[in-house]
Write a protein that binds this ligand. Sequence first.
Ligand code: FAD
Length: 537
Amino acid sequence: MSSASRTFDAIVIGAGFSGMYMLKTLRDRVGLKVRVYEAGETVGGTWHWNRYPGARCDSESYVYCCTWDRELLQEWEWSERYPEQPEILRYLEHVAARHDLKRDIRFNTRVTGADFDESNNLWRVRTDNGEETAARYLITAVGTLSDTNMPPFRGLEKFRGQWCHTSRFPRGGIDFTAKRVAVVGTGATAVQAIPVIAQQAKQLTVFQRTPNYCLPARNGKVDPERVKARKADYDGIIERTRQSVAGFELDRIPKSVLEATAEERERAFDRMWDQGGFAFNLANYQDMVLSEAANDICTDYLKRKIRRTVKDPGIAEKLIPKHHFGTKRTPLDTNYYETYNKDNVLLVDAKTDGPIEEITENGIRAGGKDYEFDIIVFATGFDALTGPLKALNLTGRGGCKLDQVWADGPHTYLGISVAGFPNLFTITGPQSPSVLSNMPVSIEQHVEWIADCIETMRKTGKTTIEALPEAQEAWVAHVNEIVSGTLFPRTNSWYMSANIPGKPRAFLPYLNPEGIGGYRRRCDEIAADGYAGFALG
Ligand SMILES: Cc1cc2nc3c(=O)[nH]c(=O)nc-3n(C[C@H](O)[C@H](O)[C@H](O)COP(=O)(O)OP(=O)(O)OC[C@H]3O[C@@H](n4cnc5c(N)ncnc54)[C@H](O)[C@@H]3O)c2cc1C
């Protein structure tokens, strides 16, 4: 291949929701020559990799989709309020086929490094199959929850049974029938998987490090009249979600929970609980994310629900979290708490029964006790947000390495750009709303902002754009200042980087007091102001 044919206008890394839309926009709207690299064998990202039983979205399907394809919004019929992984993957495959995306995507190809070549303002990209390509723009669409966290459990190599991580589940699935199964972890993934595995397995043992507040999903078919009404109002839905707190159409109660009477708030909580999903959320009352007293009122309600559902009071107490509601990613559940009423389900809690000490030939040793298993499923999550970006081995101006620049946590401008790394754009990067929102809405905002920026640069004859260090540090300070006034830093969560030993403690997403609508307005103002805070060359 000649060197000319290996130079693109833009290289995009990742082919999930983000990379697919980025490709579509840059290629078909801006008219660029684009190459996408994807480590997986097909499109879909999260929905290609996470094939564990019970995997489904927690965002409602009518807003968890590509709102940029207005015709498809009308044509596609989701089977449920929260579709399962195979259905979402089928949808994304359909999007790829309809827009002829695959011809520009190299599958089974992992980007292993990229250096900014200052002599001609090009990113030089290397892949694991030895390919070397170059492009003016490098856009990461690597996902926020894509870098599997597999803790180095002592003795794992000795285990004689089968084991897997939920995010790398075998394609054909696993038959749990008549098997003794362990699930390690109780985060959002485990909460989806546990009730399904418990139905099949002879014995299921759950190893819990920290419990979480789970909310009832209330999944099911959506009333056809409601579907029709939503389809008729998609323009409105798109506008409302874009300007919302978190990319959903949710009610807010514009007052302090402490101002409401006990009856009033019980009624409000009941109503949200009955609606299901994220209708019950941290932003309902104004102060639940800010004040311990306000949050306690909400957790009292949730604790009562757990105690009422779980029959054994001892197990119920183990399942009751100690942290503030909402400061960890809230799982949505379908029969999660009910599962602990089954005779074939055992809960081993690290605090009361003792933590996992090692994996043995026959199972797991925890709290000095041996448990025997045929299969171990690790639902231990991800090195969130910074993990997949650091793994890219990016080198910017003057040989600066991303992992060195981020040694004490992420430093970005708007979560979209990093000083010293010209023409690099990070879709849903750290310090952007990302995981605190319904992600397709945030993804589409970033993709459109990046495409507009590149288009403007081309029209004005600019070849480089990079964040100014002072603008970046002001953004980092802003992100940290906002979160320091909330309850988030009081909890050890992956939002706070606390799930990975040695990961510098930092709040990874960005919490805008005016929600993702406020963040969008800020990004738009910066663009309108000639990309304030960026140097254009
Ligand atoms: C189980 C699960 C459930 C979720 N449910 C929801 C939900 O209900 N609502 C919601 O808003 N969000 C949810 N999320 C978050 C979800 O990741 C996003 O909604 C969305 O799918 C992200 O799309 P993406 O394209 O940005 O990233 P991803 O879908 O993660 O895709 C990133 C892609 O980049 C590829 N990649 C990474 N590094 C490289 C490399 N070096 N070289 C080549 N390719 C690379 C990966 O293989 C992957 O395919 C969930 C996440 C998980 C794990």
